[in-house]
Design a protein around this ligand. Structure first.
Ligand code: EPU
Length: 341
């Protein structure tokens, strides 16, 4: 095997948006399916514990990794045979997500502009079923190809195979560690309509005087909102929302509204309610808090930040404190969103 492929004792600081400095015993940057298949059977590393990563924007490393880190950098973008209702574009797992959104717009293939500026790579998008401003990846998903680790071959997976949920998929559950995503095929509606139901987005478009938005208008509006609310990982380490928005029963929501009339909540199908975790953390008095070198972002309490040199342990300790305080005040358990390694 190409001896340059496998590196040892590598700092992962440049490869995670929290900017946490941990080291990996072995590290390989994978640019093709051939490289992946070779590295997985290499006797030097095949029995080591493995972590597969993309842009490192939804990960928290809590210590050095005595194993193999595979950074998937498979590139490429090509249009496949369209369906009667949708264009289909296949994108390599290593392509940057936001650059792909921009490229699709430039190609006249809108449909994912609500997901502009989400950090990370295309291959990670299905893992947590990325979503923002009224749209989730699942709504624009055709299929993907993944490496089946046990069988040692490429397999194709449909929408149902992926079992997408809110910030969830089979890759976080039943298939965790069993599939390595190689490329993703998006399904982009031929009869494109803007998705503008999300309150923040509707306000932003109105403020810009846009009544009939083009895909480009939506793209620009989403970018503006995100720049205002979310820290840029290049200047302040973070992994976006640190917790999922919790889902509660009608009774629980009723009980909370009686005590906290300004509680931000949204009805879901099936009579359940989603609560804004950012509001809960804010109302628990933790917005802007600092513990050592870790903190809660001043403009969006759902985002934890590395104020400079924080360890994963410090960030995790702050996350635990938030969970405890929110649990005590509201009786609601916040579940972390990033993968904690
Ligand atoms: N809020 C507060 N205080 C805060 C933060 C939020 O009161 O500190 C309130 C806001 O005023 C608003 C509500 O909570 O009424 C919701 O806030 P926001 O619109 O910012 O959205 P979110 O629910 O906090 C979710 C996603 C984001 C996504 C936005 C927009 C999750 C876990 N997070 O955040 O996704 O960008 O909606 O769609 O679902 C991510 O996953 O990393 C991420 C950034």
């Amino acid at each position: 095997m190409d001896s340059h492929l496998l590196q040892t004792d590598v700092s992962l600081k440049p490869f995670n948006t929290f900017g946490v400095d941990v080291r990996a015993r072995c590290f390989a940057r994978i640019r093709s399916i051939e490289q992946l298949s070779m590295v997985l059977v290499d006797p030097r590393v095949r029995d080591l514990p493995r972590v597969v990563m993309g842009g490192g924007s939804n990960l928290l490393f809590t210590g050095d990794l005595d194993g193999l880190v595979l950074k998937i950098d498979i590139d490429g973008l090509r249009e496949l045979e369209p369906l009667p209702h949708a264009w289909r574009v296949q994108v390599g797992a290593g392509e940057n997500w936001h650059a792909t959104v921009q490229r699709l717009l430039d190609m006249g293939r809108p449909g994912v502009e609500n997901l502009a500026l989400i950090p990370g790579q295309c291959g990670a998008a299905p893992i947590q079923n990325i979503g923002a401003y009224g749209l989730e990846l699942a709504e624009r998903f055709d299929s993907l190809r993944a490496w089946d680790v046990e069988r040692g071959q490429v397999v194709s997976m449909s929408l149902t195979d992926c079992a997408f949920g809110y910030r969830d998929s089979a890759f976080k559950g039943a298939l965790a560690d069993q599939r390595i995503i190689l490329d993703v095929t998006l399904s982009l509606p031929r009869d494109w309509q803007p998705v503008t139901g999300y309150a923040d987005l509707a306000h932003e478009l109105a403020a810009r005087g846009v009544a009939t938005p083009t895909a480009h208008d939506v793209f620009e509006a989403v970018i503006a909102i995100r720049r205002r609310k979310l820290p840029d990982p290049a200047t302040l380490g973070n992994a976006g929302s640190f917790f999922k928005n919790p889902i509660v029963s009608r009774d629980k929501r009723g009980e909370l509204i009686a005590r906290f009339p300004s509680l931000v909540n949204y009805p879901l199908a099936g009579g359940r309610f989603k609560l804004a975790a950012g509001w809960l953390i804010d109302a628990a008095g933790l917005k802007g808090a600092t513990r050592g070198r870790a903190g809660v972002y001043e403009k969006q309490a759902l985002v934890l930040v590395n104020r400079g040199g924080a360890t994963g342990g410090e960030i995790l300790a702050l996350a635990r404190e938030i969970q405890t305080k929110v649990q005590e005040k509201f009786g609601v358990l916040l579940e972390p969103e990033p993968v904690i390694v």
